[in-house]
Design a protein around this ligand. Structure first.
Ligand SMILES: C[S@@+](CC[C@H](N)C(=O)[O-])C[C@H]1O[C@@H](n2cnc3c(N)ncnc32)[C@H](O)[C@@H]1O
Length: 326
């Protein structure tokens, strides 16, 4: 009899269903705590609070004399994060907003600089799981993809306007899509017949364009061939949410946000993000802004990878602000 193997997205959903929010744990949590070394009285920033997996642990460690300042662009995450952080019982501020505004937000609270900062980039499982958010190619829903639904263009609006040439360039740059040209041409042809407004319409166009099957097994046991729409969905999400521009801005202001000796940990999930982080940290070390930093990214251990598929592509890079840098 054939062994039942849930598809990757299904496995993630099963894991989330069996994980009460109270046990929700941030990706690479042990490494984050090791690198940031939060201590009583410290001020820490979580740029991407989500459901407070990292924030709750950090807040517990900085204690009643410390403080956590958290951000999330997605208003849907704020109530759950607030509930979890309130249960920890130490001081915190939570902002519905873009981490690109970190300096202004800290200034509003009279905080000049912080001891530690984390950014766990990209989308959360909660966003992927909700078909109405439009992040998932395997669940039918509105083609939205905005993390902040109070502003900006949806993926459907973007696809209605972008040229085939620009779309192909973005698919190639942001997601290393090998079939970028053919997918971009097919999308533009399809939208001339009817606007593309749902995730399943887009997934079908990509599948037809690439002539590829749905999920299927890799010749290596236990591995899956990526869904043909996976890369396009990734590129669109990055574009819709201006993810690389936001990260570039954060990396620019980071030295001013960290106290001398302060530490930053950034977890990225695709090569475009990782390149930006690596380059900013290395340049910063050359110019004396950063002292110590990770030469190689920290990756999830086998055990975490087995229980949390998202952790498989996670890369954590860290840097310490040089003590004498002004
Ligand atoms: C991977 S999840 C974070 C999960 C969180 N570390 C946890 O353990 O619960 C990333 C979160 O960051 C948010 N986000 C992404 N880009 C952002 C930005 N530029 N500013 C603020 N929040 C952002 C997303 O809405 C999402 O909730």
């Amino acid at each position: 009899m054939k062994r039942y193997r849930p598809r990757p997205e299904e496995r993630q959903r099963q894991r989330l269903r069996s994980t009460p929010a109270g046990e929700h744990r941030g990706v690479l949590m042990d490494a984050v705590l090791r690198v940031l070394d939060p201590k009583p009285g410290m001020t820490v920033v979580d740029c991407t609070v989500g459901w407070a997996g990292h924030s709750a642990e950090l807040l517990a460690r900085v204690g009643p004399t410390g403080c956590l300042v958290g951000f999330d662009m997605d208003a849907d995450n704020i109530p759950k994060a607030r509930e979890r952080l309130t249960a920890v019982g130490h001081p915190f501020y939570l902002h519905h907003g873009n981490f690109a505004g970190v300096q202004q937000a800290l200034a509003e609270h009279g905080i000049e600089s912080v001891d530690a900062l984390i950014a766990d980039l990209g989308m959360s499982s909660m966003q992927v799981d909700n078909p109405q958010r439009g992040f998932s190619y395997s669940r039918d829903g509105t083609l939205d993809m905005r993390m902040d639904r109070t502003r900006g263009r949806t993926a459907a609006q973007l696809l209605a306007m972008i040229s085939a040439k620009e779309l192909a360039e973005q698919l190639s740059t942001l997601a290393d899509e090998p079939n970028a040209d053919v997918i971009a041409r097919s999308i533009v042809q399809a939208r001339e017949q009817n606007p593309i407004t749902t995730t399943s319409e887009l997934a079908k166009i990509i599948q037809a364009a690439t002539n590829q099957r749905d999920w299927h097994l890799h010749p290596t046991p236990g591995k899956w061939i990526l869904h043909p729409a996976a890369r396009t969905f990734q590129a669109l999400r990055i574009l819709v949410n201006r993810e690389l521009a936001n990260l570039e801005h954060l990396l620019r202001v980071l030295p001013a946000v960290l106290k001398p000796g302060g530490r930053a940990a950034i977890i990225s999930f695709h090569s475009g993000e990782d390149r930006l982080v690596k380059s900013a940290f290395r340049t910063g070390r050359e110019t004396g802004i950063y002292g110590e930093l990770s030469d190689d990214p920290v990756r999830a251990q086998f055990r975490e990878q087995a229980s949390n598929p998202r952790s498989r592509s996670a890369k954590l890079r860290w840097a310490t602000r040089a003590s004498e840098f002004k």
